[in-house]
Design a protein around this ligand. Structure first.
Ligand SMILES: [Fe+2]
Length: 315
């Protein structure tokens, strides 16, 4: 069985690449390449692109996951319905195998992509805690700028059979269940599973994929989420997006499961893009949790959840 090691990119479709470039730039990404029909955007981290937009009717196309080794890529190519090993026509090159996941979601398993030179990001802010001062004659004045994104952190997909999708993510991609969410009035009814990659003793994010149970007919991406330096970057990014007139979906707050300080924004096509900072890291020893999906279990603090937050697309 292969064990994917990270989430590296997501692919959307949009009718207007210029509009998407403006949105993603304000959101904190940098253009990494452009053709007539494709826009590659990167974060400050070494992966050469983290978001791809193909020109076409608005939609979600694929998620890219890192193979553990070249041997695992070959192994992925033997899975039922796999594409075979293909060259990737994108910055950094490399190879991929396209898998058809549950509900036809495309999962690209990638290997051998050449890293890009990292881009500068401001240093983490040293905080003067009440009982632990780190800053004397050193003024706290972070620049007002987009929330410079470092990397893609996770992707939330809505599946027609949430439990079946989790089995596929475990059995096919070697992922682990971190936490399960169930209906507040029915423990047997799954609402979602937070899934992390299995790096053994090495830490991984609380989740790289969140597999959400879809409402009938609503098979779609719910959001993709991008890591920024620290909570100040999330708040400054919030103000930046607000000043530019974008539509807020939810935030700023701090999640309970995963602990991230979060902020969610709608793209020009109505999809949700999330900034986060300060998420939990776990290894393969951590046992999975099971929580009722109450508002207190979604966020420790933050504004009330709006009525359209779980809608895939709001324009
Ligand atoms: Fe998220």
């Amino acid at each position: 069985m292969i064990k994917v090691q990270d989430i590296v990119y997501c692919v959307y479709r949009s009718p207007d690449l210029d509009k998407m470039k403006t949105f993603l730039t304000d959101f904190g990404m940098v253009e990494a390449g452009r053709a007539d029909d494709k826009l590659f955007m990167r974060g400050a981290g070494a992966y050469p692109y983290i978001n791809v937009t193909e020109k076409g009717p608005a939609g979600f196309v694929a998620v890219g996951m890192l193979a553990g080794s070249a041997a695992e890529l070959e192994e992925a190519a033997k899975l039922p319905g796999a594409s075979g090993v293909e060259a990737i026509e994108a910055p950094g090159g490399g190879k991929r195998v396209r898998l058809a996941g549950p509900d036809g979601f495309r999962f690209d398993i990638v290997h051998g992509v050449a890293p890009a030179a990292e881009l500068p990001v401001r240093k983490p802010l040293p905080i003067n805690f009440a009982y632990q001062k780190q800053r004397v004659i050193d003024l706290q004045r972070p620049d007002f700028e987009p929330a410079r994104i470092v990397r893609l952190g996770h992707c939330v997909l809505k599946f027609s059979d949430g439990d079946g999708a989790v089995k596929w993510l475990k059995d096919t991609l070697g992922m682990l269940v971190t936490d399960r969410l169930h209906a507040p009035d029915d423990q047997k009814k799954t609402l979602g599973h937070f899934m992390r990659v299995n790096r053994g003793d090495k830490p991984s994010d609380h989740h790289s994929i969140f597999a959400l149970q879809a409402m009938p007919g609503d098979i779609n991406v719910h959001h993709t989420s991008y890591e920024v330096q620290d909570p100040d970057a999330v708040h400054i990014g919030h103000q930046w997006m607000q000043n530019k007139g974008y539509k807020l979906a939810w935030g700023v707050g701090r999640h309970l499961l995963g602990s991230q300080v979060f902020d969610y924004w709608r793209s020009p096509d109505g999809y949700i893009f999330e900034h986060y900072a300060d998420g939990d890291l776990l290894n393969d020893k951590v046992q999975s949790g099971d929580y009722p999906a109450t508002e207190e279990n979604l966020a420790q603090w933050g504004p009330a959840l709006g009525p359209t937050f779980f809608d895939s697309v709001v324009v």
